[in-house]
Design a protein around this ligand. Structure first.
Ligand code: ASC
Length: 150
């Protein structure tokens, strides 16, 4: 029993310490995963955008809820850009793997800016939110321009 338990714990420890890239059974699973995270992020970012652009009334609580989802999603795609995930149903450009530091920098910038969107939403100030939303959107666009095929 003790042995079984220690094997289970060892297996769990290995799973947790394995690089995230290795946690996908197949490359297409990684592609699907990162696209899903980005799709959900885009949907919730868009709901904040609707408020920032005056298409729907500003609701600070709703904006904050959406921003929290954006922040959570913003952390997820990157581990799914591992080796061998440059093929298949993806618009990811080869530059992602040719210039990983540049790609990481773009990803980090976006994550920093969406945290500011969440803070702005919580401040309840629409002008602050507009500014933060614009800056975050700029990081989305910058990364897409460099690393995503049209
Ligand atoms: C969005 C979304 C993006 C970004 C980008 C900003 O709402 O889905 O990919 O904003 O269009 O320029």
């Amino acid at each position: 029993m003790k042995i079984v338990l220690s094997f289970a714990l060892a297996a769990a420890a290995i799973t947790l310490s394995t690089p995230a890239a290795a946690q996908f059974a197949k490359p297409e699973d990684a592609v699907k995963y990162r696209k899903s995270a980005l799709t959900v992020m885009g949907a919730h970012f868009g709901r904040i955008g609707a408020m920032a652009t005056g298409k729907v009334p500003f609701d600070a609580k709703l904006a904050a809820e959406n921003a929290d989802v954006v922040v959570a999603m913003s952390k997820l795609p990157w581990s799914a850009f591992g080796e061998g995930t440059d093929k298949g149903d993806t618009r990811a450009k080869p530059d992602i793997w040719k210039e990983p530091a540049k790609f990481k920098d773009a990803a980090d910038k976006m994550q920093a800016e969406v945290i500011k969107v969440a803070a702005a939403a919580k401040s309840g100030n629409l002008e602050t939110l507009k500014t933060a939303f614009g800056a975050a959107g700029g990081t989305c666009k910058g990364c897409h321009d460099s690393f995503r095929k049209d």
